[in-house]
Write a protein that binds this ligand. Sequence first.
Ligand code: PEP
Ligand code: MN
Length: 305
Amino acid sequence: MLRQSPLTKMATLMNPRWNGQFSCFDLVAKTDGRSRTVVQVRDIEIGGNDFVVMAGPCAVESEDQLLRTAEAVSEAGARMLRGGAYKPRSSPYAFQGLGLEGLKLLQKAREATGLAIVTEVMSEEDVELIAEYADVMQVGTRSMENYALLEALGSCGRPVLLKRGMTATLEELLRSAQIIAVAGNPQIILCERGIRTFETATRNTLDIAAVPVLKTVSHLPVIVDPSHAAGIRCLVPTLARAAAVVGADGLLVEVHPHPEEALSDGNQSLTFGEFREMMDDLQPYLEIQQAARQLRPRLVAGGIV
Ligand code: PEP
Ligand code: MN
């Protein structure tokens, strides 16, 4: 039986129903005594005052592809490199990832650029190995309810980036976060990456309200993945700007040297030039986020606190 801890008064004021819905997840719910967790990844603080951008290819494909991308995203202002070495593919015929070889390339890219590494783990059997190479362990949308994996991540010694299941409610997302925390790891970053709805014009529907709701009811950092939400590269910068304005703590963005040749998710991957432009164009929106924090820290949906 979980201990019930009332959410902050602010959250109660926002929507009394949220107390019953979320306060049972006592290790991840916001309380008056615990309003914010800052996840430290090397010299990077996620959930603090910085907006942290994690960028890179969907999948690690080759040394040249990864190192060139790492340099380009680093120059444009990304702090972390993303790239899957173990890929959850919906077809058995699709590229499944380079596995250990991909992890070694990620390590090489970190040495070359200083970027911290976030990469996906799909099975509890791979946790120990991936934790040797990754700075942050990514749990993909399809694994949000892989309870054996969540439990194994409790003792992996690395922060976890927990993506929202594509058909999961926010309550279910926080339940999975609670499982990781109960298993011993409170270093969790939540990620809204779009959910499945009746809409087909985009790959998924970005639930932008998830950001202020999660920031109100939980003390954990919240980032947005505009790439998997959009499914198409032309929408990614716009969704990224929306994420900045509603108070997200950062982004997870797919970038590829030649998106049209990518082995996975090329349609939604930005070119180097597009990523640089996206980063430049984000600046005024990040200033809005900063201004909102100072102007109305309590009123802006709690999301900006
Ligand atoms: C990814 O980040 O490449 C990925 C597979 O994401 P998701 O789990 O959100 O589909
Ligand atoms: Mn992808």
